[in-house]
Design a protein around this ligand. Structure first.
Ligand code: ZN
Length: 74
């Protein structure tokens, strides 16, 4: 497998006030940085998360009772 190396290169994909996304051109992994947290994600995982988050803006999950009902305690 070529997608395992010690240090990923980081090309900035997007940079905003509270988060940034970088991508390693060698292995194609995305890195999502939020404050002190950094997540390393495969492309399909990252795009799935993007789709889920963008659905919030399309109004699928916001401002209705369904949102509250979907919250579970662990
Ligand atoms: Zn890499």
């Amino acid at each position: 497998m070529m997608n395992q190396h010690d240090t990923c290169k980081t090309l900035t994909v997007v940079q905003s006030e509270y988060c940034s996304v970088t991508r390693c051109p060698d292995c194609g992994m995305y890195h999502l940085h939020v404050g002190p947290l950094s997540l390393r994600l495969r492309e399909e995982v990252f795009t799935s998360i993007c789709a889920a988050l963008s659905s919030i803006h399309r109004g699928h999950y916001g401002h209705n009772e369904h949102l509250n009902m979907s919250v579970r305690s662990h």
